[in-house]
Design a protein around this ligand. Structure first.
Ligand code: AP5
Length: 192
């Protein structure tokens, strides 16, 4: 049965893109058709066209209404893609903005996407902190252990609301140091 939509989320630097890439290779080898799309990239393309930002890390600092408009544009673009393949959507349960947490999948995004499953990629906050410090390609917010832990907790809470609205399942995949392959295995099992 094609047309399955799986949303994969996690705080910045937890390694969701790394786990998705590993899973995509494994699924392709097994002949299971999945397409991966990055929600932030879809938003960024619109934001660039409108000269709103010069890098993707500036988007979460834009005004709330601008972020919502970009979010809506990305959701309808991705919804239009579905049909002939299963889709993995690489995104965020919540985005940390200067004004507080912004829902990554508010009602108008969920209505477009209607995911079958939401995956939360998690690991211990100290590991996330170290990964952020080691990734020079991005402009990360400076956060401590406690703030990262709090963001992960908030993501679980808001994902429960997403499950209430859509009837999707919530799958937690751990991506721990030295255990990337285990994380990929868990994601692949959920996606098969
Ligand atoms: P996005 O590009 O998704 O931002 P991000 O979360 O910062 O994504 P990254 O790809 O940087 O992090 P990652 O968790 O995928 O980690 P990675 O695999 O690279 O989104 C950009 C922006 O778009 C957002 O800030 C927001 O503004 C906007 N946006 C997106 N969705 C939105 C929505 N729904 N609503 C509103 N706005 C939205 O790995 C990180 C590092 O860790 C790497 O160096 C990697 O090698 C390492 N690593 C990974 N796994 C392991 C492991 N097991 N052990 C050791 N190291 C590891």
């Amino acid at each position: 049965d094609l047309g399955k939509k799986v949303v994969v989320t996690g705080v910045p630097g937890v390694g969701k893109t790394t786990v998705i890439n590993g899973a995509m290779e494994r699924l392709a080898a097994e002949g299971i058709p999945y397409k991966a799309v990055n929600f932030g990239t879809c938003m960024f393309e619109v934001a660039m066209k409108e000269n709103l930002v010069s890098n993707r890390d500036e988007m979460r600092k834009l005004g709330k209404d601008v972020q919502k408009r970009l979010q809506q544009a990305a959701a309808s673009e991705i919804a239009a893609m579905s049909g002939d393949s299963n889709i993995i959507i690489d995104t965020h349960s919540s985005v940390k903005t200067p004004g507080g947490f912004l829902a990554g999948l508010p009602e108008w995004v969920l209505r477009e996407l209607m995911p079958d499953m939401i995956v939360l990629v998690e690991t211990d906050p100290d590991q996330i902190l170290t990964r952020r410090l080691g990734d020079a390609s991005r402009i990360r917010d400076m956060e401590g252990f406690r703030e990262i832990a709090e963001h992960q907790e908030f993501n679980r809470a808001i994902s429960a609301a997403y499950a209430m609205y859509t009837g999707c399942t919530i799958k937690i995949v751990r991506n721990e140091n030295f255990l990337l392959e285990k994380g990929i295995d868990d994601l692949v099992s959920a996606l098969r």
